[in-house]
Design a protein around this ligand. Structure first.
Ligand SMILES: Cc1cc2nc3c(=O)[nH]c(=O)nc-3n(C[C@H](O)[C@H](O)[C@H](O)COP(=O)(O)OP(=O)(O)OC[C@H]3O[C@@H](n4cnc5c(N)ncnc54)[C@H](O)[C@@H]3O)c2cc1C
Length: 376
């Protein structure tokens, strides 16, 4: 069978490109080397964030992705929390950064946010977070449970849009028009490689020119000793020095100075606290960031302990660890994402920043429109 499009990789980028093509009526196949998606797209927090993306293309892609996630959740039948994001200010410097974001950047670029203080903060979750100075509430942010959402999305694409999936199938080589895999040779008018942070199996030479590196993150799933009934994705002001929406505001410098002075280990290990509720009352807690050409397999117990300490303080609740893992994503490219047209009919889509869940669906839409000449 000849396909209109073959996608390599069933992570969020691969599925997003498959969806964008199949909904236009193209005959699509997805090849994935594992039996179910196991890459970055199921190891993450499942935070699909609009607040946090820098103004410009990333913000536009995140807004477009938001609508696609909502459509998928409804059609594929997976849970999607739409109550938004809370970013807690624990210190005066963090509070000033959030205030600057709301007053200047949000007003200028249309982020849908509010700064909660006083009774508004005390009313949140019956006062559970009243020990913080303020909270930024982002209204456009969404939370999903990736390990359930991705398989549900695969089922939906197969069932409703006729996408063929070849799981447990390694693609060994791609050439314009042809995919060589462990299941044989297949032909397609267009091939898009969405292989995540594997830069060596396919298109190694053109990808090497991008000087890709990877980021390794330690992650935990925990059970709070009290049922918090959390429905929002949670961050603290620590993320203000990492996320593009905040990091270039002048007020971020004081947050960074405070980190370096009071807890330099957070900077050294790239730790900033993210907490995501799962549908079962547990929380995903992370993360640390270690950059390099390859991902070390060795987790640091100390890093986990620092993250747990931050989470315990932020939640004002004791936590029991249920599960630990590490995730890896492509990182530190010259641009946060790349669409590389290697030859007519052969391209690669890759993220080089840790926000593929937030912008991936919009990227798939934009790249397929470009391949089909819709934006010409
Ligand atoms: C711990 C962690 C937390 C994160 N949290 C968030 C978050 O909350 N929000 C957010 O927006 N982003 C988050 N990210 C980033 C986000 O998860 C990634 O940007 C995104 O998942 C990358 O998607 P992908 O499809 O490119 O890669 P992947 O999900 O890794 O998918 C690539 C797939 O390609 C397959 N593959 C590779 N080579 C071949 C081959 N030759 N043949 C067949 N199959 C192949 C792999 O098996 C894999 O399944 C996080 C990432 C991590 C690691």
């Amino acid at each position: 069978m000849k396909y209109d499009l073959i996608v390599v990789g069933a992570g969020i980028l691969g599925l997003s490109h498959a969806y964008a093509a199949a909904r236009r009526g193209l005959k699509v196949a997805v090849f994935e080397r594992s039996a179910t998606p196991l890459g970055a797209s199921v190891r993450n927090f499942g935070q699909a964030l609009v607040t946090g993306q820098p103004p410009g293309p990333m913000l536009q892609l995140a807004k477009a992705s938001r609508e696609i996630w909502a459509h998928w959740a409804e059609r594929a039948g997976f849970g999607l929390q739409r109550e938004g994001l809370l970013v807690f200010a624990r210190t005066e410097a963090e509070e000033q950064l959030l205030e600057a974001f709301v007053q200047r950047r949000a007003a200028e670029h249309g982020y849908q946010v509010a700064l909660l203080r006083g009774t508004a903060l005390a009313d949140l979750y019956s006062g559970q977070f009243a020990h913080h100075r303020a909270a930024l509430h982002g209204f456009e942010d969404q939370q999903l449970y990736s390990r359930e959402a991705l398989p549900a999305l695969v089922d939906y694409l197969r069932r409703e849009l006729g996408v063929d999936f070849q799981f447990s199938t390694l693609v060994r080589d791609v050439q314009p028009g042809t995919v060589l895999s462990t299941a044989g040779r297949f032909e397609a008018g267009q091939i898009v490689v969405c292989a995540g942070h594997d830069y060596q199996t396919l298109l190694a030479e053109p990808l090497a020119a991008l000087q890709p590196s990877v980021c390794r993150l330690q992650m935990l799933r925990v059970r709070p000793r009290r049922d918090l009934k959390l429905r929002h994705a949670l961050l603290t002001g620590l993320s203000g020095v990492h996320y593009g929406a905040f990091a270039d505001l002048p007020e971020a410098a004081a947050v960074q100075a405070q980190i370096l002075e009071q807890s330099p280990w957070l900077h050294e290990h790239g730790i900033h606290l993210l907490i995501s509720p799962t549908p079962y009352g547990e929380l995903i807690v992370g993360d640390s960031h270690e950059y390099g050409r390859d991902a070390s397999p060795f987790n640091s117990e100390q890093v986990d302990n620092w993250m747990l300490e931050l989470a315990t303080d932020t939640l004002a609740c004791q936590l029991d660890v249920v599960e630990r893992w590490q995730g890896v994503y492509g990182a530190r490219g010259r641009t946060p994402f790349t669409f590389l047209e290697v030859a007519p009919g052969l391209s690669a889509a890759l993220m080089q920043a840790g926000v593929g869940m937030s912008v991936g669906p919009g990227m798939g839409e934009a790249n397929i429109a470009r391949l089909l000449g819709e934006d010409a």
